[in-house]
Design a protein. Structure first.
Length: 75
């Protein structure tokens, strides 16, 4: 099995900054002309996360609100 490794950097502003990385991941896969693959996306650090949630306008509003309920920054 061939393994390809790609890296890309994302700059965030913190505080539940939500960034769609779909195109960057697709570009990394298409770069190698892969027909079938398993893709692993990982990041360093303990205060960031990756999700497969649908990136849409309601998400930009709702996810930060629910995260603030679950783990408020001021408490």
């Amino acid at each position: 099995m061939t393994v390809y490794t790609e890296h890309f950097l994302i700059n965030t502003h913190g505080f539940t900054d939500i960034i769609d990385i779909t195109e960057k991941v697709k570009s990394a896969v298409y770069k190698h002309n892969i027909k079938e693959a398993n893709v692993v996306v990982a990041l360093p650090g303990s205060t960031a996360s990756i999700t497969t949630i649908e990136y849409e306008p309601g998400l930009i509003k709702d996810l930060p609100a629910i995260l603030d309920e679950i783990a408020p920054m001021n408490k």
